[in-house]
Design a protein around this ligand. Structure first.
Ligand SMILES: CC(C)(COP(=O)(O)OP(=O)(O)OC[C@H]1O[C@@H](n2cnc3c(N)ncnc32)[C@H](O)[C@@H]1OP(=O)(O)O)[C@@H](O)C(=O)NCCC(=O)NCCS
Length: 181
């Protein structure tokens, strides 16, 4: 399992996942995206110093998700993250991708804190953040206006020290990860 930077050659695959209704419903921008818009977006995003986009490559060497970091604040040392698994990915993909990404951002990049914003209807992401050790920092009530009306947004955070402690525990211990499949 590994992460690799998204390149031009990945854009069509990535867009096919991003436009999946389940993935779209979890995002703050829920309209269908066209390939030309996506390419433009990627050009702008690639020029930024404060964001990084990765494909998650699973144990069979197949791309199985996208995980990204934005608003990388190198002064306060905090960052936002987001992710989506390939529609139809094997259960457990979200967990494995999250572990890989958190190891990267804390151990390789040296950030102090990772933040996430999750729509209240997104039970899977909510559960995944809790599983990965994130704690709720607060709720923004009626903060997002979607097609079905207002939704609240939960702000989660995880500190580097908390992740390091979790990685020493039985489930997340580094050398046992292979057992997760
Ligand atoms: C969120 C997402 C990446 C999770 O991927 P996944 O492969 O299903 O994740 P996992 O199988 O590792 O499951 C992680 C946890 O989510 C929870 N979960 C999984 N399926 C669930 C379901 N149908 N309902 C509620 N919770 C669920 C469980 O707590 C699970 O942990 P457990 O198996 O130990 O109980 C994936 O659902 C996805 O891409 N969703 C759309 C995009 C998205 O929501 N991105 C996050 C935006 S904040």
């Amino acid at each position: 399992m590994s992460l690799r930077k998204v390149g031009e050659q990945d854009l069509e695959l990535m867009l096919s996942w991003r436009n999946n209704p389940v993935v779209r419903a979890s995002m703050f921008s829920q309209d269908v995206i066209h390939l030309n818009q996506h390419r433009e977006w990627f050009r702008r995003e690639s020029a930024k110093q404060d964001s990084a986009w990765f494909l998650f490559i699973d144990a069979n060497k197949n791309p199985a998700g996208v995980v990204y970091f934005t608003n990388m604040d190198r002064i306060a040392n905090h960052v936002f993250w987001g992710f989506y698994a390939a529609p139809g990915a094997t259960p457990g993909t979200g967990t494995k991708m999250g572990i890989e990404a958190l190891d990267y951002i804390f151990d390789t990049e040296g950030f102090h804190k990772v933040n996430a914003e999750v729509l209240e209807t997104n039970e899977r992401s909510y559960a995944l953040h809790k599983k990965l050790g994130f704690r709720i920092e607060g709720t923004f009530n009626d903060h997002y206006l979607g097609r079905d009306g207002y939704e609240s947004v939960t702000r989660f955070a995880l500190m580097a020290s908390e992740w390091s402690d979790l990685r020493k525990g039985s489930f997340f211990r580094k050398n046992t990860l292979i057992d997760l499949g």
